[in-house]
Ligand binder design. Sequence first.
Ligand code: NAP
Length: 242
Amino acid sequence: MPRLAGKVAVVTGAGRGIGRSIAEVFAREGATVIATSRGGAEDYAEVPKGVEYHRLEVSEPGDWDRVVGDVVDRHGRVDVLVNNAGVIRYEPVHELGVEDWNHVVAVNQTGTWLGMRAVIPHMIAQGGGSIVNVSSIWGTAAVAGAHAYHATKGAVRTMSKNAAITHAADGIRVNSLHPGFIATPLTDAQDAAVNDYVVSRTPMGRPGRPEEIAYGAVFLASDESAFMTGAELVIDGGYLAQ
Ligand code: NAP
């Protein structure tokens, strides 16, 4: 039996990179997937079986109301939320502008909160659900610069633990997922020196693939992880073990 058979799952930032892979692997594992991105259906040249598209700007409360309301109207429930959408900037503390700080916080942190806020009432009403919040190795350890990214990914880690404890009795599990360096459009667009540095410090000596994160998300979304909440799943080629 597919690992996510019968589950209705919302995935943010699913237009490319890790989020797209999560949407595709979830669909292969039997979920009904609501893949969201700022571009919506325009982000997809081909429509994988089992995937629907919605436009969702994660920092907009009204977008969450619209999308989650539509999902519940049409499917009757929402079993899984993957808060994956994220942005990174590399400025250190004193070089970061207020607008850029606010943007990173709005997407990575406020977006994650708004997503949880939108689905939790439905998950309470239906008796449970699984929320997977994508943090990063930079949610627990530091690299020079990237101050706003660290602030938000650390917040995602502790927000997940808070929601996990608050809603354990409601049957809602909340875990954070911590990728190491993964080859995606995000990392492709970065300075090669930054990428080489992170890969060179990864014990397995290579970038991860989006699917390697997607299968971790499948585990957290599925009933295989039924006794797991408030935990951190690190998939990083050994980076944080050092
Ligand atoms: P990516 O290739 O840049 O994809 C990011 C996705 O997030 C895109 O679909 C993007 O949509 C979406 N997004 C950005 N801002 C958004 C907004 N305001 N509202 C809705 N969607 C928005 O990045 P990725 O590498 O796949 O990263 C995915 C997640 O993993 C992020 O949270 C990232 O921090 C985390 N992560 C990545 C790595 C890595 O090495 N790649 C490592 C650790 C953690 P648009 O196309 O509309 O911009």
